[in-house]
Design a protein around this ligand. Structure first.
Ligand code: XUL
Ligand code: CO
Length: 439
């Protein structure tokens, strides 16, 4: 594809860790084989259209700092097409296997829903043209059910049934778009599904309606034969004070209560986990052990700041622990690593977008290797196995196989006396992890 907007940037190549070229990968070698597959097929990186192509660098204290050359058109459809052209140039430069978008990121909202859908159709056609020649595919799409004022009280959990209906119509269209563009997943992030005060809130009805909405989405996807993996993305707060999809554990409880567990997996975002006062690692683990680790929004927060800073991931310690869970999960299946991350307001140049993605891709590639070696080395697994070994013999085996009760255990405890203390060896284990990181 002829480069129009990013013509001064060449394709990013792998040059290895000794390279000092800022426009090269140091660890991400897409075709390198590890653990039976190519790096690019393990990592399945995606670019988040909303941050990289709609982010303008504004914050509550200041206006936009980012001024892209493709934003020069006055007609909104021309502008939307130009953005998409620039995006496919960047995908090519980065060798980005996937991208993700909200419906309203890619096409402008019209005066009516019908007009909005028409705008979307025009841009979807344009995307399809690009996808004919591009290697980049759609990891997931989603519907923006939070920006427009109509959704100020929520969408599927709005107190107004007309808003529920509007949101249903919007998701119906987004599912059709996903099918049209071959999306491998479809994401439901709760937007404004939550509350500000319980004084005006019927929580039971709102949660029942959210479940009704999700069931309807599943039914419609089945009807149109859209076979994407459905994902729910937990977040504890922001924009609402309390988001219903608080964290992995809460969402799993919700899915179980409403008979949706076999229809959904989770899309875990690092910065959302930390906002819930969990580590990224924790929320991935909870999803994994419940069989619902589906995909990842790859970013990082700043632990000194209490909001969703959506930074590009560069902390190798965190990415390694994340990859540990992914490998233990047997990979991400149809999911991937979507850079739901934005360049800082002061990183306003196009090159910054490229550096940011290189940093993220390298941070996960290095992490994958470290985590793979750590698992292969086996010290952690062996330690954990030994730590719980009392459950594979004697009384422990009998507890696990359901043969004991409180009376039998009292008898055992009375005869056995004080249990022996054993160290958890946290510091040793942290040193072992470091030895793989510094290898
Ligand atoms: C918001 C967020 C969303 C979802 C998609 O915090 O992460 O961008 O990923 O709606
Ligand atoms: Co996200």
């Amino acid at each position: 594809m002829a480069q129009k907007y990013l013509s001064n940037i060449k394709k990013i190549k792998f040059e290895g860790k000794k390279s000092k070229n800022p426009l090269a990968f140091k660890f991400y070698n897409p075709d390198e084989k590890i653990n039976g597959k190519k790096m690019k097929d393990h990592l399945r990186f995606a670019l988040a259209y909303w941050h990289s192509f709609r982010g303008e660098g504004g914050d509550p204290f200041g206006s936009a700092t980012i001024d892209r050359p493709w934003e020069k058109f006055s007609d909104e459809i021309d502008k939307a097409k130009a953005r998409m052209d620039a995006a496919f140039e960047l995908f090519d430069i980065l060798g980005m296997p996937y991208f993700c978008f909200h419906d309203r990121d890619i096409a402008p909202e019209g005066d009516t829903l019908a007009e909005t859908n028409k705008n979307l159709d025009i841009i979807v056609k344009h995307v399809k043209e690009h996808m004919k020649t591009s290697k980049t595919k759609l990891l997931w799409d989603t519907a923006n059910l939070f920006s427009h004022p109509r959704f100020m009280h929520g969408a599927a959990t709005s107190p107004d049934a007309d808003v529920f209906a509007y949101a249903a119509a919007q998701v119906k269209k987004a599912l059709e778009v996903g099918k049209e563009l071959g999306a491998e997943n479809y994401v439901f992030w709760g937007g404004r599904e939550g509350y500000e005060t319980l004084l005006n809130n019927d929580m039971k009805l709102e949660l029942d309606n959210l479940a009704r909405f999700l069931h309807m989405a599943c039914d419609y996807a089945k009807k149109i034969k859209f076979n994407a993996q459905f994902l729910i993305e937990p977040k504890p707060h922001e924009p609402t004070k309390h988001q219903y999809d608080f964290d992995s554990a809460t969402v799993i409880g919700f899915l179980r209560s409403y008979n949706l567990m076999d229809k959904f997996k989770l899309n875990i975002e690092a910065n959302h986990a930390t906002l819930a006062r969990h580590t990224f690692h924790h929320d991935l683990r909870v999803a994994r052990i419940n069989g619902v680790l589906g995909s990842i929004d790859a970013n990082q927060g700043d632990l000194l700041l209490g909001w969703d800073t959506d930074q590009f991931p560069s902390n190798i310690y965190w990415t390694t622990l994340a990859m540990y869970e992914v490998i233990k999960n047997g990979g991400l299946g149809r999911g991937g690593l979507n850079f739901d991350a934005k360049v800082r307001r002061s990183s306003f140049e196009i090159e910054d977008l490229v550096y940011a993605h290189i940093s993220g891709m390298d941070s996960f590639a290095k992490a994958y290797k470290v985590a793979y070696n750590l698992i292969k080395g086996g010290e952690i697994d062996k330690f954990v196995k030994d730590r719980y070994s009392s459950y594979s013999k004697g009384i422990g085996k009998s507890i696990v196989s359901g043969k004991e009760n409180f009376e039998s255990l009292e008898k055992y405890a009375l005869s056995k006396g004080e249990p022996k203390k054993k160290s958890g060896r946290q510091e040793l284990l942290e040193t072992i992890l470091n030895s793989y990181l510094f290898e």
